[in-house]
Unconditional design. Structure first.
Length: 205
């Protein structure tokens, strides 16, 4: 009985010559198209992290939440979101406005004028919204807090591009909440106001 010679699907016999030719062809292809960092195929493919790396990131709690040990100015309060756990001394453009011999932005006279003087906040609110002052004091004070955050951001940073929000330091937020409190909230230890992030409130007028 004839020994059947192995062959490819196109009928070529798989002998030593075939294997040699195949190896040479593969080497030639690899030398012409090597794997490299400069490979431009799919340059923007996202690199998936291993799931253990993902989990590790999710499990690490923000060490700033639940305390104000990160405060350097002595006036920051415990905040509810990571974005708000920032001290005036940590934001360079804010730090520039801290008066000499003072530790906190809330000692700048302009801060009082721009952010917590009620008559000026009223005027800023009218200019920004062209809306009447609300009669409900909760709504009124909430609008003034928003106005104050917007004034703070404009004072410190000037024009920010559309959608660009920069954190407002906790000490400034605390001073604004103290100036325009929510009358229904009780203030025990830290100022408890059910506001969302101040830097976002600033642009929701
Ligand atoms: Zn601080
Ligand atoms: Zn401060």
């Amino acid at each position: 009985m004839d020994q059947a010679v192995p062959s490819t699907s196109t009928g070529l016999p798989i002998d030593e010559n075939y294997i040699l030719r195949r190896q040479n062809l593969l080497q030639e292809l690899q030398s012409n198209y090597p794997d490299s960092d400069e490979d431009t195929c799919f340059p923007d493919n996202p690199q998936r992290k291993s799931s253990s790396e993902d989990n590790a990131q999710q499990l690490i709690p923000d060490p700033r939440l639940g305390n104000n040990r990160w405060c350097k100015c002595g006036h920051c309060l415990v905040m509810y979101t990571s974005e708000e756990c920032v001290c005036c001394q940590e934001i360079p453009s804010v730090a520039l406005e801290i008066p000499e011999d003072c530790a906190c932005i809330t000692y700048n006279q302009l801060f009082h004028t721009m952010c917590i003087d009620q008559r000026i906040a009223d005027i800023h609110y009218l200019m920004l919204t062209n809306q009447p002052i609300a009669e409900d004091i909760r709504v009124y004070h909430r609008n003034l807090r928003r106005t104050a955050y917007r004034s703070f951001t404009s004072w410190i940073h000037g024009f920010l591009g559309i959608g660009v929000h920069i954190a407002i330091p906790s000490c400034a937020v605390a001073a604004v909440r103290e100036a325009f409190p929510d009358p229904k909230e009780k203030y025990v230890g830290f100022i408890k106001v059910r506001d969302y992030c101040a830097m976002d409130m600033a642009f929701d007028l």
